[in-house]
Each structure stands twice: as C-alpha cells, then as structure tokens.
Write a protein that binds this ligand. Structure first.
Ligand SMILES: Nc1ncnc2c1ncn2[C@@H]1O[C@H](COP(=O)(O)OP(=O)(O)O)[C@@H](O)[C@H]1O
Ligand SMILES: [Mg+2]
Length: 239
C-alpha cells in the first residue's frame, strides 16, 4: 500500500524550480532513504510533502487522500510528522513542557504516550526537568524526534537526523529510528548524508540528482561505487 506519494511533482521557491517532475512513493512498512549531493533537493522533498514549498505541477497523496491542496498546518493533523534538520525546540521551556506541546492533540493520553518517547530515548527522560536550551545537540535532536512522535504520525519525515552529532549519539539516533520503524510500525522517509548508516537501515533508496530521481532500488542492491558517480560534487560521505 502507498503511504505517501509524490507524482510528477514540480516544486521550488518563488521563481526557482528545485524538484523537476519528481515521482516518489513511500510504501507501508518501509524506510525509504533519499540520498544525493548537497543542494540536490532532498530537504525540498520533505518540505514539499509538508506543504512548505511552491508546487507548480503534479500531485501528492497521503494514503488514498489527496493532500495536494491541503494547507501546511493541516498536514500534521492528517498524519505527517516532520522533523526538520534544525528543529527549534522551545528553548526556554523545560523538556517535559516541550513534550506536552508535542502532545497537544492528545492531552489525555500524554502520560502514556510520553513513556513511549522515554523508552526510545532514556536520555530525554533523565533530562525531562532541564531547560531545553541547556540540552546538548544530540539531546535536542532526540527531543525533537520525540515531540513529533507525540503527534502520533502515520508517517515520519526525518531530515538528516544524524547530522552534526558525535558518533555515539548517531548510533543512539539510528537505533531509535529502527525502533520507531519496527516497534511503532511507522513508515519513514529519511534524508541522510551518512550513506553507510542509511543503507544499513533503509529498505529502499532513492538517489536525487538536481531535483530528479536518478536511482530507485532496494538498499541491498545499491553499489556504493555507483553512488559516488551520482554525487559528483562530493557532498556525500560514504565512510
Ligand atoms: N527557502 C529557499 N529559497 C530559495 N531557494 C532555496 C530555499 N531552500 C533551498 N533552496 C535551494 O534549493 C536547492 C535545493 O535545496 P535543498 O532541498 O535544501 O537541498 P539538499 O537538502 O539536498 O541539500 C538549493 O539550490 C537551495 O539553494
Ligand atoms: Mg538538506
């Protein structure tokens, strides 16, 4: 079953076109990773799914419902959970109050739901009374993923969740992504620069070159040497 689909989407910002006639489908039970050089349009795919770009062609659907014309603020309620690369948590609020904000749609279930987040990220539980502005980069990343999970999304869109993190924290975040996928059964559209980690975790990989799909294949069939050819500007790490 198709969970989230972009069909022949052309999108960008103002007069700039970034995605050119792009078709991409996230299926049930899947982690689909988008790879590509810096500036090729990976973040723009996620922003387009969230309604944050100017779409000039094509169609988007969540399950069997068209979201092409759905305003951005209603897409979260429709089931799209989006974790931008630099999510600003509410710096001046405590961690637990940040989580309460994430759970505003289900206040009665909060105490139950938040335990799910704490199980994924014990560190967030330890720091729950801390001011969010005092968290480390890794803790803040965990909190921002947790906040989004409290919306009970049908799909999770993650933009470079491992960027700028220490290796030990990268491992924690990737393990959590795996758990979100398997234990919580949420399909994930993942943008990553860490190719090896992304290939380990993904079911399928889509490579973008200048806003177009250059490759769509099961993760196990990807030849990393071929990836190098596709990332001509060297914007991607493979080790
Ligand atoms: N808000 C914006 N306004 C204008 N151009 C943008 C904006 N955001 C991104 N771009 C441009 O769109 C292109 C794709 O950006 P992006 O999707 O962020 O790439 P990636 O995530 O693959 O590095 C780049 O050329 C970038 O400069
Ligand atoms: Mg990006």
């Amino acid at each position: 079953m198709d969970i989230l689909s972009l069909k022949n989407v052309t999108a960008g910002y103002g007069t700039i076109t970034v995605l050119n006639d792009l078709s991409l489908t996230l299926r049930a039970g899947e982690i689909l990773t988008i790879l590509g050089a810096n500036g090729c349009g990976k973040s723009t795919v996620l922003k387009t799914a969230m309604g944050l770009t100017r779409v000039t062609g094509g169609a988007l659907a969540l399950g069997d419902k068209s979201i092409t014309a759905t305003p951005s603020h209603l897409r979260a309620a429709a089931g799209l959970g989006y974790v931008p690369q630099t999510r600003n948590v509410f710096q001046d609020m405590s961690v637990i109050d940040n989580l309460r904000m994430g759970g505003y749609l289900r206040p009665k279930q909060f105490e139950h739901d938040v335990e799910e987040v704490f199980a994924l990220f014990p560190r967030v539980k330890e720091r729950r009374r801390e001011r969010a502005g005092n968290l480390s980069g890794g803790e803040r990343r965990m909190l921002s993923i947790g906040l989004t999970l409290l919306l009970k999304p049908k799909v999770l869109l993650l933009d470079e969740p491992s960027s700028d993190l220490a290796p030990a924290t990268v491992d924690i975040v990737f393990r959590a992504i795996q758990d979100i996928h398997t234990s919580l059964s949420i399909p994930i559209l993942l943008v990553e620069q860490n190719v090896n980690k992304a290939l380990e975790i993904a079911n399928r990989v889509c490579v973008l070159v200048r806003g177009r799909e250059a490759l769509d294949a099961p993760a196990g069939e990807i030849d990393t040497r071929h990836l190098h050819d596709l990332f001509m500007d060297g914007g991607v790490r493979t080790s």
